[in-house]
Design a protein around this ligand. Structure first.
Ligand code: CO
Length: 155
């Protein structure tokens, strides 16, 4: 496992559309392991492959309920709306109020290529939407109603 470099806002790779994964091999498992390690090292709750410079539809999430690894994730249904503050490991020092569904259902593949469905509410729903957006080059600042800039190093 290795910590990978997190691409920062301004890096073109963050604006590109990621490609569907078709090969479920050791290289994919290595990417997933590195992404989980990188996310934890940065104290994040989610990370998408383009954030480490890999344009593949791969995300990892851990909102405190264990690691979730999703390949080719797609939102298949959503319910409600919640406006909350969120941030992004690729955009340090900036947070924003972003409306997201309260509940989402996501269809994806697991690291073995098997189809899975997961349901997330509140923070997990938010993380799923945020990370899936990354796969299409969309950043939370594109959807934020209000943006806040941290004026100190605190927090
Ligand atoms: Co992000």
């Amino acid at each position: 496992m290795a910590i990978r470099n997190i691409r920062q806002y301004g890096d073109e790779v963050l604006r590109k559309k990621s490609k569907k994964v078709t090969v479920f091999d050791e290289k994919l498992k290595q990417l997933l392991a590195d992404m989980a390690e990188t996310m934890r090292h940065a104290n994040g709750v989610g990370l998408a492959a383009p954030q480490v410079g890999i344009l593949k539809r791969v995300i990892v999430i851990d909102v405190g309920e264990g690691l979730i690894e999703l390949i080719n994730p797609e939102i298949i249904s959503k319910e409600g709306e919640v406006v909350e503050i969120e941030g992004c490991l690729s955009i340090p020092g900036i947070t924003g109020e972003v409306p997201r569904p309260q509940k989402v259902r996501v269809r994806a593949q697991n690291p073995e290529g098997e189809f899975v469905e997961i349901e997330g509410e509140d923070l997990l729903a938010r993380a799923l939407c945020h990370e899936i957006d990354h796969l299409d080059g969309i950043l939370f600042i594109d959807k934020a109603k209000r943006i806040f800039e941290e004026d100190s190093k605190e927090g």
